[in-house]
Design a protein. Sequence first.
Length: 125
Amino acid sequence: MAIQTAKKNAATLKAQDAIHWINSDIEAVRGPFDTVLMNPPFGTRTKHADTRFLTKALSTANSVYSLHKRSTRHYLLKFVEDDLGRIEALYEMTIQIPRTYSFHIKKSYNVNVDLYIIRSRRLRR
């Protein structure tokens, strides 16, 4: 559903020819790419699941825009800056997540998140 919505939005903006959509296991993704936009798993049910996505994104793209749960900020800042990249900006926001998974109890959840804009240290073209 998310990719269909994104494709529709890209077509509205007449940007569909400039975007490559990928729906696969993260290990199957190969770059290089200019930019990765992602909303990885938050890493709360499977500890640090989001860092697997960040590592892959920053090894295949020059710029990454990534959404993460705010409670992980201290860890993520260190994780990225230690080896992977340079955080250019960080924006705080709240998103509403509808009941999607069987472990969700409430109809929706408000989650405090950070949007990171990161430049890769590993990939330069």
